[in-house]
Design a protein around this ligand. Structure first.
Ligand code: AMP
Ligand code: ZN
Length: 464
């Protein structure tokens, strides 16, 4: 499989550390507010990666954190902990806020058919792990204590900016949004591993540490959780493009300094979803969520469909017009699929050839739009039996996850069916063929096929 690697800035052949196995890490949400549809686009991108790897036969173990402490309002260690902002806004405890927004996040995550990673771990559950890593970084001379905090010394590395084209100038106060002067830092690019005496007036979540009571920085959380659950060698680490700097840059710095060897081989970044005004933001303005789209009458999978029609490395602009279009196309697609009868032989040769085509598109840096074109080709192919088509659609939907084959309602109520047969016969008698056909099609949608014979109409229940 070919995948764009931010680390090398190239599309590369994916080769995991251990043959056939993939260790995959996804940066999870900061649970101080609802996840907007931009955040969810990012998780759909990761879901496609996760499912594609499985589809290709890899044994995947995936972990994701939940940031419930330590993520400050600016990614460069300035401002206030986002959980504290929420605590003041909502007059609840940090843990109540975290629980509420974690649940809301996973509700939306599941609404767009994202698969739960094997490991989902809140940052607050792994404090010992961060303390252990920070202790080693101090022992090895990569970290220092200053003004009560523990900082990572970025000048101790040959190539701190390995993931980016950023130059240190970008970190000059005022040059980048949200960068404030921190007089405790030896170098502007240094970052906090553990906050103690600064940055927490009335901070609710504090833990004892060898350096005093405090809390972890945001970056150390992902390093700690990844190493704890996925080991010292990671195949793919991902997030949104805004995570490249400083978050992932700092993760690489501290992880490799701690481990003493290369850590993660492939860095996977999803482009943003924009609204018509520009970047979506959780911290400002009204938050548009997947649940809100559902309340407005959209199938959340129409949003997933919209995302799959574009490439994960391209910016996508959200509009209701685009969503309407996606919703209508998805409905047509499903209705077309629902009319396919499960009959004819399973044409293994054709099936394998279409599966290969589908795989090739996904292997090409996750070209989901082209993978969808393969689905349309299957639908159009007159040489394929209904049975073969449905076999392929089911197979592709393991990755697409668009519920392409709608569940048939189980109708065991014989009276209901007989009543519909009677209605249809009456409709035919009065030459209302449109109604007659509609009754037949509605039943078919529910998994009941009518069979017109010499002795009248009978029916059969179509098995899934
Ligand atoms: P957060 O909850 O703010 O930590 O963000 C969760 C994930 O969403 C991060 O990996 C971000 O990179 C990603 N993200 C943030 N904004 C957007 C956006 N507008 N479009 C796509 N992904 C985003
Ligand atoms: Zn992270």
């Amino acid at each position: 499989m070919k995948l764009y690697n931010t680390l090398t800035r190239k599309i590369e052949e994916f080769v995991p550390y251990e043959e056939g196995k993939v260790k995959l890490y996804t940066c999870g949400p900061t649970v101080y507010h609802y996840a907007h549809i931009g955040n969810i686009r990012n998780y759909i991108g990761h879901d496609v990666l996760d499912k594609t790897l499985r589809y290709l036969g890899y044994d995947v173990k995936r972990a994701m954190n939940i940031t419930d402490v330590g993520h400050l309002t600016s990614d460069s260690d300035s401002g206030e902990d986002k959980m504290e902002v929420a605590r003041k806004r909502e007059h609840k405890s940090a843990m109540e806020i975290a629980k509420f927004y974690t649940d809301a996040f996973f509700d939306d995550f599941k609404l767009v058919n994202c698969r739960m990673p094997e490991v989902v771990s809140p940052a607050t559950d792994n404090i010992d792990e961060y303390i252990r890593i920070i202790t080693t970084l101090l022992d090895k001379g990569y970290a220092y204590l200053s003004g009560g905090n523990v900082y990572f010394d970025t000048t101790k590395l040959d190539d701190y900016y390995v993931l980016t084209n950023h130059q240190e100038d970008n970190l000059v106060v005022g040059a980048r949004e949200g960068v404030e002067e921190d007089s405790n830092k030896r170098n502007q690019a240094d970052f906090v591993l553990w906050f103690t005496t600064s940055k927490f007036e009335n901070h609710e979540l504090l833990w004892d540490s060898p350096w005093g009571r405090g809390y972890p920085g945001w970056h150390i959380e992902c390093t700690g959780i990844s190493i704890k659950y996925l080991g010292e060698y990671l195949d793919i680490h991902g997030g949104g493009v805004d995570n490249i700097f400083p978050h992932h840059t700092n993760e690489i710095a501290q992880s490799e300094a701690y481990l003493g060897h290369k850590w993660c081989r492939y860095w996977f970044h999803n482009e943003h979803l924009l609204d018509e005004t520009g970047k979506m933001s959780k911290s400002t303005g009204a938050i548009l969520t997947v649940s809100t789209l559902k309340e407005k009458g959209y199938d959340p999978l129409a949003f997933r469909f919209m995302c799959l029609n574009s490439h994960y490395r391209k910016q996508l602009v959200f509009s209701y017009d685009a969503l309407d279009q996606a919703f209508s196309t998805l409905k047509k697609l499903r209705s077309r699929i629902s009319s396919i009868l499960r009959e004819g032989e399973v044409q293994s040769h054709y099936i394998a050839s279409y599966q290969n085509k589908f795989k090739k598109e996904l292997e090409d840096d996750l070209n989901t739009a082209n993978a969808l074109s393969v689905l349309y080709e299957v639908l159009k192919d007159n040489q394929l039996s209904g049975m073969s088509k449905l076999t392929l659609i089911e197979d592709f939907d393991q990755v697409l996850s668009l519920d392409l084959i709608q569940e048939k309602k189980s109708v065991s109520n014989e009276d209901f069916i007989l009543e519909q047969i009677k209605r249809r016969a009456e409709a035919k008698k009065s030459r209302d063929f449109i109604l007659a056909d509609k009754i037949r099609d509605d039943l078919l949608q529910q998994g009941i096929r009518l069979i017109d014979g010499r002795e009248g109409t009978t029916y059969e229940i179509i098995d899934e």
